[in-house]
Design a binder for this molecule. Sequence first.
Ligand code: BES
Ligand code: ZN
Ligand code: ZN
Length: 495
Amino acid sequence: MKVRIERLSLVDFKCDLLAVNLFEGEKQPTGAIAAADKALKGLISRLIREGSIDGKLGKTTLIHCHAGLAADKLVVVGLGKKDKLDLEAIRTAASAVIKQAREVKARRVASIVHGSGCGCLPPAESAKAVIEGSVLGVYKFAGYAKEKEKPPFEVKELVLLDIDRAKIKPFAAGAKLGLIIAEAENHARDLVNEPSNKMTPGAFAELARRIARINGLKFTSLDPKAAGMAALQAVAKGSDQPPRLVALEYRGNPRSKEKIALVGKGITFDSGGISLKPSKNMDEMKSDMAGAAAVLGTMSLLSDLKPKKNVIGVIPLTENMPSGHATKPGDVVGSLAGYTIEVTNTDAEGRLILADAITYAKKRGATSIIDVATLTGGCITALGDAATGLIGNDQPLIDRIKKMGDHCGQKMWQLPLYDEYKEALKSSLADLKNTSGTGKASPSSGAAFLSKFVGATPWAHLDIAGTAFLEKGRGYLPEGATGVPVRTLIEFLVS
Ligand code: BES
Ligand code: ZN
Ligand code: ZN
């Protein structure tokens, strides 16, 4: 989908579908369209009176061919209550419009920038949110069906319209940013939706190499066994797929010693290993590399956005499989940091591979660490799919990430890292065990395990188990992979 900004009146612009909006509770339309066309204003007012249009967030009403309009069809989208309007509401409204466009097979769509007419939100931010909602809203994983009736309909062009000259520049800047960020998030979705027989550790590593080359990032790909990553190797042992650890480095501020590490869990399939998972929904465990996909998606944008920061993306990649070679419950394994680990449950594999990835990031000079992982089912129990679990050892860092998440429509909720959780990981055989064995507070327990390897480095852990992959789509989020939290990480790095 192409995106364009035009300084033109809504009534004169020729397109297949024109989108305008309405707040909940408004008795008649206001803004450009109402001012430009009296008959149309009358028609929409009547539809409001009759109750066909109510302005509820994301609700759309289609109006066919109106004499006063150059557009073929008009869609009125609800923005919800005016005092509740935020960027997330704009994304939701924009995605409703683009879905309507797909339904009526509109190739060329024009829209006003929601939230900019009322002056409710800054024009660049509003335009960015419209494009994000639209690009994320039309996403669909291509899949492999050979018997598709026809290729799915594609909206070719989205044009943002306004006659106010002063808004054109901020619109263009916001839309450009929104487009590249949303496309990167869609790319992350694709990687996660890809079946695990295609998205193997090796395939992911090759893709990372390509992305690094295109973007001029320094690239490293290691064999974990040769590199002394015994914890990662302990997980990989049961699989026939060779594991990998890849790193992509962006240097936006070569004079600074600061380096932010983004570490993404890359389990391309999590069967649980010898602590085998139940078979129900096990197919969804192809999504256990969603953290890795988000880190790769974020790294792929840095050379375009050029933040003045040094960032290294570290991605440990392996399957977690049961076999005669697999690590067994009760085994004691090593780690890159030198700590010995009693593996009480082979399904708590994410923390094992992250432990070595975090140690590696520190060896590469990381001065702060953000890890992203589909780490625990317990996080889904606690927060559902509404928010990502956020845990760490540095409150200012946590606060900043939470704020960015709220701004980007990717909510985060902090969970504790109490000493009790660290205590519960004491082992009689090794330096620590990978689970407490109690089944309690697994998000915090998992983070407590990681904290041992993080040490004193400022660190935040994002548990995306609930938010990375949805059973059912909503708003601009599709069924399956969501791409969470690419937008938040990007915003965090560029702000
Ligand atoms: N990949 C899973 C967590 C997960 C579950 C992600 C459901 C997405 C949806 C992880 O490796 C895991 O199995 N964790 C265990 C930890 C437990 C053994 C302490 C869990 O949550 O049950
Ligand atoms: Zn697991
Ligand atoms: Zn896992």
